[in-house]
Design a protein around this ligand. Sequence first.
Ligand SMILES: Cc1cc2nc3c(=O)[nH]c(=O)nc-3n(C[C@H](O)[C@H](O)[C@H](O)COP(=O)(O)O)c2cc1C
Length: 177
Amino acid sequence: MSGNIVYYSTYGSTKQYAEILAQKLQWPLYSWKEAKSRTLIHSDIVVMASNIRIGKLKIRKWARKHRGILRDKALYVLAVGANAPDEQDYYIETAMKSLDFLDLKRENIFGLGGIKHLSELKRTDAFLFRVLDKIIREGTMEREILLDADHFNPQDLNPVVMHIKRTFIRNKNKETP
Ligand SMILES: Cc1cc2nc3c(=O)[nH]c(=O)nc-3n(C[C@H](O)[C@H](O)[C@H](O)COP(=O)(O)O)c2cc1C
């Protein structure tokens, strides 16, 4: 049994989580740009780590393109967003909806808190937030979306590592006659 980790990160929090996970599991790590079907061909497990943007996992497009090869793998998802990590239902629903073309198990999806600093946003994102600000002023959306968030906590990866190792060992045992 072997695994790969593929990540999509814009501002770095997802990349950091993916790097720590790769180190803990001793599995190779690829950004979505590097990860081709041939990269994944010999692995039994794929962890997709992705940031969330306007309710969707950014890795969605990559996953859809590679859904043929992903279908044969045990899949785990790390969804990284500005919501608090105790809002696991939000993270799980977001991942299930974004990746509805894959056969995901709810227990293999983990929400992790990322970082959002409005002052550090790239130009298009800053523009988007200015538009959101206007919509909020007109009273159709919650103001919370415009606040900075920092829920980044590498300790939140510990249960993820334990869960992956547990299922990994179980599957490995199934292989030995
Ligand atoms: C344009 C934009 C839209 C976002 N939309 C969401 C969202 O819908 N839900 C959420 O939980 N976080 C949302 N976030 C917060 C990011 O997911 C969060 O900052 C995350 O840490 C980014 O990961 P990264 O650092 O790997 O890019 C959004 C951030 C930006 C810039």
